[in-house]
Design a protein around this ligand. Structure first.
Ligand SMILES: NC(=O)c1ccc[n+]([C@@H]2O[C@H](COP(=O)([O-])OP(=O)(O)OC[C@H]3O[C@@H](n4cnc5c(N)ncnc54)[C@H](O)[C@@H]3O)[C@@H](O)[C@H]2O)c1
Length: 261
């Protein structure tokens, strides 16, 4: 897939790593520009060094609205404006409602839900100046259905999906589209620790009809499609990209069990 971004400018939170970084690579290689808003200075600056004409990095904690406003300002002063935002910054955390430290709950909700709200809040005034734009929020399959022991993450990601719908409703008349992308098991630094445990990795693959994890580049292809005019009639919805992981309702494979008897 080749989409030419023709100088269009995007804020990419979490753009230093994983899915966000794959979007930055795609944009930079297809004539787009990106401002990375992340806290990983080393990885962010390495991307700037790779694409000095098209990428900027600003140390930005997405839990701080003022820092996101400064990142958007950088897009305006460097590249002349903003055409969209990909909000990919996120963290995971294990814990049940009964047992997780309350501080941990707040930390995850702050980054994964408030961070998306702040990034959208900072971006929308600039999109208005352009006469429209595009927001792609990275939620998760974990926002569509729940995981064992991921209470805060599940709640935050479900919030991101409905936040994306409400942005689509409220700003459609300003030609701003908003969608939520919901990945399943994607090989990135976020899943590296769990995925390196054979028992977890193999259990995952056995539940995925396509029988493999996805790549950040595969998710980036969906995101850039959503940013582009090729998806001009898509807004206010969530799109799952999971190799089929979420397609089962968890009933037994009855024909499979009969066949094995
Ligand atoms: N990898 C998966 O399987 C998967 C599945 C579903 C959803 N997601 C979501 O995709 C998004 C990207 O995840 P990834 O897999 O690329 O992980 P990743 O860890 O490679 O990238 C996440 C990025 O977010 C940045 N970040 C974390 N906290 C931040 C903060 N407070 N302020 C600014 N930046 C911050 C990190 O520095 C990192 O660069 C996340 O929102 C994640 O929840 C990932």
């Amino acid at each position: 897939m080749d989409i030419d971004f023709d100088g269009k400018v995007y804020l990419i939170t979490g753009g230093a790593s994983g899915i966000g970084a794959a979007v930055v690579h795609y944009l930079a290689r297809h004539h787009g520009c990106a401002v990375i808003a992340d806290i990983n200075d080393e990885a962010g600056n390495a991307l700037v060094a790779q694409y000095p004409q098209r990428v900027r990095y600003r140390n930005t904690d997405v839990t701080q609205l003022a820092q996101l406003e400064a990142a958007c300002e950088l897009a305006e002063t460097t590249f002349g404006g903003l055409d969209g935002a990909v909000n990919s910054a996120g963290i995971g955390s294990l814990g049940t409602v009964a047992d997780m430290p309350v501080d941990e709950w707040h930390k995850v909700i702050n980054v994964d839900l408030h961070g998306v709200f702040y990034a959208c809040r900072a971006s929308i005034p600039l999109l208005r100046k352009r006469g429209g734009g595009n927001i792609v929020n990275i939620a998760s399959l974990s926002g569509v259905r729940a995981d064992y022991g991921f209470a805060a993450y599940n709640a935050a990601k479900a919030g991101v999906i409905n936040l994306s719908r409400t942005i689509a409703l409220d700003h459609a008349h300003e030609h701003i589209r908003a969608t939520a992308v919901c990945p399943g098991y994607i090989a990135t630094p976020l899943t590296a620790a769990a995925g390196s445990v054979d028992a977890i990795h193999n259990d995952w693959l056995q539940r995925i009809p396509l029988q493999r994890e996805g790549t950040a580049e595969e998710v980036a292809q969906l995101i850039v499609f959503l940013l582009s005019p090729a998806s001009s009639y898509i807004t206010g919805t969530e799109i799952v990209i999971d190799g089929g992981l979420g397609s089962s309702n968890n009933q037994p494979n009855i024909p499979g069990i009969f066949a094995a008897l």
